[in-house]
Design a protein around this ligand. Sequence first.
Ligand code: PGA
Length: 250
Amino acid sequence: MKSIVVANWKMHPATFKEAKQLFEATKKAAEKAKGVSVIVAPPAIYLREIVKLYKGRRVAFAMQDGNAEAVGACTGEISIAQGKDSKAGYVIIAHAERRSMGETNDGARRKVSAALNSKMTPVLCVGEASRDGTGEHFNFIKEQLRIGLADVTAPKVSQVIIAYEPVWAIGATRPMEAHDMHEMAIFIRKSIVETHGKDGMNMKILYGGSIDETNAAGMLRDGDIAGFLVGRASTEATKCAALIHSLSEA
Ligand code: PGA
């Protein structure tokens, strides 16, 4: 099965020298693996230099976030347009860690639009903080999708990648169960069909939360997903290579 691995380095590593080493290992694994598309999301300050190290076609690049305005009086911010100029093709939007720092569904909506306007692929993150057994988390996800995708026209909706990351499985000891992911994938598609019509059936959905080389292949097989958004396992060269290898088509 073909798959996508988004390597979300978050605020790692501490030096550009280490970033180069991590990228070299990731690149090597990506070039050897069949059917795995790797998208590296380094800290923005490393992005342009990392892009320069790469000439092939197996690896693409993502921003971890980006401001929807192209330019402006926004000290400390980096715009999606600037990411595009640094050769990122993807933008992670409203990651749970950004949401916990104040990102809103409305902010996500503007960023999704800005990414599509810049001809970049938005990776819209959704996910509930907890589940209480009542099924209420489905309504929560539906609302995140409804607002986040509100400015996307029906013909464009399948250009957005949805990353489902239950917050309780991020940075945890194990991922959610594959059959629960499968159920959520069906729910996500159904919700988007309701708001955007039949193209909602074609959404690419990623899973994120405690994925590594021991559990990725099973989740890909049974979870009804196109791939993964990976944190910790993407920031250690040997683990990252093992993860990419585990998804390689035989
Ligand atoms: P993790 O993080 O793989 O370290 O659990 C996932 C994420 O936050 O994208």
